[in-house]
Ligand binder design. Structure first.
Ligand code: UDX
Length: 449
């Protein structure tokens, strides 16, 4: 049986889709990845998969940050429809010759065009939710609230109030703000991204131990099977999914540091920071006196090519105590003995990777789901602390010391270690995520019976 996977072409979305492909391949399925021209995966890293191309007409130089994603999403959903239809039709036509019945298509919710193509061809479709269940719950309420605040936006004075049914979230934590006007077509797009459409099941990169209650609540409404089999990276052999070259020299530097002494700092693949904030981060890191490994992706600092906007003399002042790289082998970094905490933008993959190693977090969300994840991490799961805006060097220094050294942060560090045990139990044979993967395998097989 063949399973066709359609990832959205950004790092945080391609990684879990390739990991899912690898899990399903290990269960005996043939895997085809239908990918866009933009950010194609490297086939040589996945010799067991077949790849088909979906021309997206985005042009060669598109390298979007979060703020210019809209045309990319709309373009891909428009231009990739026909090519996917053609590829799937050919696969169905040749399935006897190729020895693989197309059992289903699994797609990222941002690739919402897939739903209608699969429906037209009568192929079952499943959605891989690459974000947290907490985020989906929040977005559904957020979109309803947009109706309420359509004509009179929320006054800014209410931004710190808690949102009912969404505690501990405050209005300022909502992924889609209510205090500014959002065009109706964007709200419609948000609806498309949160609906189940004609999907027959949802797959989640999360685990019941963390989000069981929210998952049950969502499932009751959607009334389709949910398979929570996270953290994906713990259920697959090591897999290279990076779109940017990793600087592996940081591993040697980590080898020279002492146990749990290093703060790892990374803001993921899409976020950007004002240079003013970067100066505060640099000063806070310097003042904390903790060793740190800081990923500054080219383009992270707005208006700057790389690290030109760091305070003058910063690197000399830090010396060997800090290392800056353009991109790190993050999963290896987080499992290194020297890492004591992770200052993160709270992208969902980063959280799964950090929490499954028992690494506590300093949470500085930048946009969308990251704000929701940060509030759950700090107020519900209690494995991190929140750095609220505006960033200043004193609160940064204090947060670093609290999470890494001070007695005050002991509970957070212990909770993070407890969580590591829960993940370990969940991915073992007989554990929840492991069992759920077997159930998913049976479910997909049942689609062609
Ligand atoms: C995006 C959105 O920002 C996020 O909110 C959403 O949850 C997923 O898509 P991204 O910014 O890429 O995510 O963050 P994240 O989900 O954490 O994924 C980043 C991935 O890049 C992780 O798998 C991480 O291991 C990897 N990474 C990051 C590296 O390999 N090296 C680095 O230096 C930094």
């Amino acid at each position: 049986m063949r399973v066709v996977l359609v990832p959205f072409p950004l790092q945080g979305h391609i990684t879990p889709m390739l990991q899912l492909g690898s899990m399903l391949h290990s269960k005996g399925f043939s895997i085809t990845i239908a990918h866009t021209d933009h950010n194609p995966p490297n086939p040589s890293n996945h010799p067991n998969f077949t790849f088909v191309n979906l021309p997206d007409q985005l042009g060669p130089n598109s390298n979007p940050t979060f703020h210019d994603l809209l045309p990319v999403i709309l373009g891909i959903n428009n231009y990739c429809r026909e090519p996917l239809h053609k590829h799937l039709s050919e696969m169905i036509e040749n399935q006897e010759r190729d020895g693989g019945v197309v059992a289903c298509v699994i797609h990222d919710p941002i690739m919402y065009f897939v739903d209608s193509v699969a429906k037209q061809l009568q192929i079952p479709s499943l959605i891989l939710r690459t974000t947290s269940a907490a985020y989906l719950k929040t977005m559904r309420i957020n979109v309803e609230l947009h109706q309420e605040y359509k004509y009179t936006p929320l006054p800014e004075s209410r931004l710190l109030e808690k949102v009912s049914n969404l505690e501990p979230l405050r209005f300022k934590d909502l992924p889609s703000p209510l205090h500014v006007r959002i065009p109706e077509f964007i709200i419609q797009l948000q609806r498309d991204l949160i609906n189940k459409g004609s999907s027959v099941a949802f797959i989640w990169n999360t685990l019941d131990d963390l989000e069981g209650l929210i998952l049950s609540e969502l499932q009751e409404k959607d009334n389709i099977p949910f398979f929570s089999i996270g953290p994906f990276h713990k259920l697959v052999p090591k897999l290279s999914t990076t779109l940017i070259e990793e600087d592996k020299t940081c591993m040697e530097w980590l080898d020279k540091q002492s146990l749990k002494s290093v703060l790892y700092v990374s803001f993921g693949s899409l976020a950007t920071l004002e240079s003013k904030a970067v100066v505060e981060i640099a000063r806070g890191l310097a003042q904390s006196e903790q060793p740190f490994l800081w990923v500054i992706r080219p383009g992270l600092i707005k208006g700057s090519k790389w690290i030109e906007d760091l305070p003058e003399g910063f690197q000399e002042e830090i010396g060997q105590r800090g290392l800056i790289v353009k991109w790190a082998p993050q999963r290896d970094v987080l499992s290194h003995f020297a890492i004591g905490a992770f200052w993160s933008h709270c992208g969902w993959n980063s959280i799964m990777e950090s929490a499954s190693q028992g690494v506590p977090l300093i949470c500085k969300p930048c946009f969308s789901d990251q704000r929701v994840n940060a509030m759950f991490l700090t107020h519900v799961w209690k494995i991190g602390i929140l750095l609220d805006d505006p960033l200043d060097r004193e609160s940064i220094e204090k947060s670093i010391r609290r999470v890494m050294v001070d007695e005050e942060g002991k509970e957070i560090r212990e909770n993070a270690m407890d969580f590591k045990q829960k993940v370990h139990a969940s991915v073992q044979q007989g554990g929840d995520s492991n069992k759920c993967l077997n159930e998913l395998t049976d479910f997909i097989a049942s689609l062609v019976m």
